[in-house]
Write a protein that binds this ligand. Structure first.
Ligand code: 13P
Length: 250
C-alpha cells in the first residue's frame, strides 16, 4: 500500500511572521490527519525555522531545489548535505518553474536528483507538459523524456520508494485544474512505463498530482487509482485549505 502524500510547495512566499502562523495552523489541525504523509517545502532561508517548528510532529520538511554538487565554489547554491543538516528529508527537484525560468535541463535535473539520493534526501521529482505540448498530443513523450534522463543516470531502481509529481504546466497557478480523468491517464502512463522496467518499483512509486489542487477538487483527484497525493502551491499557503486537502486524502 502506498501512503498518500500531501506536500505544500510554498514557492517564494511568506515572511517570518506569516510562516510562524502557517506552521502553527497546520500543527493545530494535525490530530485529524492519520493517513497522509504531510510535507512542507518553505523558501530555503526559512528551512531551519520551519524544521524547528515541525520538530516532534509528523510534519516532514523539504526544500524547493538542491545543488547537483556537494560543496565548493557554487555561489548561491545549497547542497544536499546542508539541507539535511537543517532537517530536510525531501527536496523538490526539477519543478517546471526552475526548468522554464532558470534553464534547468533534463540532464541537470537528473544530476540534482542524483545529488539528493547520494546524500540521503528523498527527491520529489517534478515532470509535466506545457499547454502547447498537450495540444500537440505529446504529453506522454514529454513526461517520458523527463523520466528517462533520471533513469539513464541513476537506473530505474533509483525510483524505488520514490516520489514523482506530475504537474501539467498549464494547470499551475492558473485555476485550470486537469480533470481527474486527464490526470489519471498520465499517472497510469507513468506507472506503466516504470512497470515495463521494474514492476516492484512501479508498485511502490508514489505519483502526486500538482496544478491548482484545492479543497474542492482534491478528493476526486486523489481518489483516482494512480494518484497518490498532491503537490500543492497556492492552496498550501493557508493552513485551513492545506489541512482540508490533507483531510480529503484520508
Ligand atoms: P498551484 O497549486 O498554485 O497551481 O501550484 C502547483 C505547483 O506548482 C506545486 O509545485
Amino acid at each position: 500500500m502506498r501512503q498518500v502524500m500531501v506536500a505544500g510547495n510554498w514557492k517564494m512566499n511568506g515572511s517570518s511572521d506569516s510562516i510562524k502562523e502557517l506552521m502553527a495552523g497546520i500543527k493545530d489541525g494535525l490530530a485529524a490527519i492519520s493517513k497522509a504523509e504531510v510535507v512542507v517545502c518553505p523558501p530555503a532561508v526559512y528551512l531551519p525555522r520551519v524544521s524547528g517548528a515541525a520538530d516532534g510532529t509528523s510534519i516532514k520538511v523539504g526544500s524547493q531545489n538542491i545543488c547537483d554538487e556537494d560543496s565548493g565554489a557554487f555561489t548561491g547554491e545549497i547542497s544536499a548535505n546542508m539541507l539535511k543538516d537543517v532537517g530536510c528529508e525531501y527536496a523538490i527537484i526539477g519543478h517546471s518553474e526552475r526548468r522554464a525560468l532558470y534553464g534547468e535541463s533534463d540532464d541537470l535535473v537528473a544530476k540534482r536528483f542524483a545529488a539528493a539520493r547520494r546524500n540521503g534526501i528523498k527527491p520529489i521529482f517534478c515532470i509535466g507538459e506545457s499547454l502547447e505540448e498537450r495540444e500537440s498530443g505529446i504529453t506522454n513523450d514529454v513526461c517520458s523524456r523527463q523520466i528517462d534522463a533520471v533513469i539513464a543516470l541513476e537506473g530505474v531502481e533509483a525510483l524505488a520508494d520514490g516520489v514523482i509529481a506530475y504537474e501539467p504546466i498549464w494547470a499551475i497557478g492558473t485555476g485550470k485544474v486537469a480533470t481527474p480523468e486527464q490526470a489519471q491517464e498520465v499517472h497510469a502512463f507513468i506507472r506503466g512505463k516504470i512497470a515495463a522496467l521494474n514492476a516492484d518499483v512501479a508498485d511502490g512509486l508514489r505519483i502526486l498530482y500538482g496544478g491548482s489542487m484545492n479543497p474542492g477538487n482534491a478528493k476526486e483527484l486523489i481518489g483516482q487509482k494512480d494518484i497518490d497525493g498532491g503537490l500543492i502551491g497556492g492552496a498550501s499557503l493557508k493552513a485551513e485549505d492545506f489541512l482540508a486537502i490533507c483531510q480529503a486524502a484520508e
